[in-house]
Design a protein around this ligand. Structure first.
Ligand code: CP
Ligand code: NVA
Length: 308
């Protein structure tokens, strides 16, 4: 049994295996209606709990559809509707859920909830986003880059804006998949040192460049994310927008990077804020492939968790 809690906690060879399996599983069902099962049904007879303490479109749909395509069944639960949201301990919840389901995916606020769930559950637990990381997103992003441009090892990723949870998982992936990472954003929103140190210790070049136009020179991937995440106080909105405006991804920034660069965004995006519509809908954008690949990458993650 394997938990999928964070990219830096997962063996690089296992991560590579999951990406390769995701590519293969995507290929194997090209052109089929989404509701048809895969040829192999590795989750037949398995019940999966999908718990959301924050809103979600992609994570909810992609996990639910992915389980069904692999022959399993799902229960989609909101934290608020469970006793979890009314004071039952995480440890007790984990032990109870383990009697009903074979796999737990949870999206929560504090990552201690995820880690405690994993400690007390007898079944695998998957991180569906916390305030600090979003590993499933980055698995889909690696798959997406590689299907467009080939191996990601040795490439340069430029993160623009807020050094948030998605940025943190990208830094973990830089270390595990062997690519370089440049952060461009205001100093108040730098990624936590711990995430940069992990990538550096694994041999990746990690840089901070305050000038977005300098940062994107030679970039292979330019990434943006919302300027105000679900865990950020709404009262910080105006201050964050003022700090982040110089880091908007627009046509001028993409031109400075060059044609080799792809544009990525985990979505949901705020058109006209962190990225312009012309970039989102432009020829270098791979955002909807990223969204699709959540499905394929997470199917591989679930198989790895269950050894199925
Ligand atoms: N990218 C992502 O995780 O989207 P949702 O919040 O819609 O799940
Ligand atoms: N950084 C964003 C990602 C949403 C998928 C958030 O946490 O709200």
């Amino acid at each position: 049994m394997n938990h999928f809690l964070d990219i830096h906690k997962t063996d690089p060879a296992d991560l590579r295996g999951m990406i390769d399996q995701a590519h293969a599983m995507k290929q194997a069902r090209q052109g089929r209606p989404k509701g048809t099962p895969d040829d192999e049904l590795p989750l037949a007879g398995r019940m999966v709990a999908l718990i959301f303490e924050k809103p979600s479109t992609r994570t909810r749909l992609s996990f639910d559809v992915g389980v069904r395509q692999m022959g399993g069944q799902t229960m989609v639960l909101s934290g608020n509707d469970m006793q979890l949201g009314h004071g039952e301990t995480i440890a007790d919840t984990a032990r109870v859920l383990s009697r009903y389901v074979d796999l737990i995916m949870i999206r929560t606020f504090d990552e201690s909830v995820l880690y405690e769930m994993a400690e007390y559950a007898d079944v695998p637990v998957i991180n569906g986003l916390t305030d600090r990381t979003h590993p499933c997103q980055i698995m889909a992003d690696i798959q997406t880059y590689e299907e467009h441009r080939g191996p990601i090892a040795g490439k340069k990723v430029v993160w623009t804006g807020d050094g948030n949870n998605v940025c943190a998982s990208f830094l973990h992936a830089a270390g595990q998949f062997g690519f370089d990472f440049t952060f461009t954003g205001p100093p108040q929103l730098d990624p936590e040192t711990e995430f940069m140190d992990f990538a550096r210790a694994k041999g990746s070049k990690v840089e901070i460049e305050r000038d977005a136009f300098k940062a994107v020179q030679g970039a292979d991937i330019i990434v943006a994310d919302t300027w105000v995440s679900m865990h950020d106080a709404q009262s910080s909105r105006e201050r964050r927008h003022n700090m982040l405006r110089p880091y908007q991804v627009n046509d001028a920034l993409m031109a400075a990077a060059g044609d080799q660069a792809v544009f990525m965004h985990c979505l949901p995006a705020h058109r006209g804020e962190e990225v312009t519509s012309s970039v989102m809908d432009g020829p270098q954008s791979v955002i909807f492939d990223e969204a699709e690949n959540r499905l394929h990458a997470q199917k591989a993650v679930m198989r790895w968790c269950l050894g199925a």
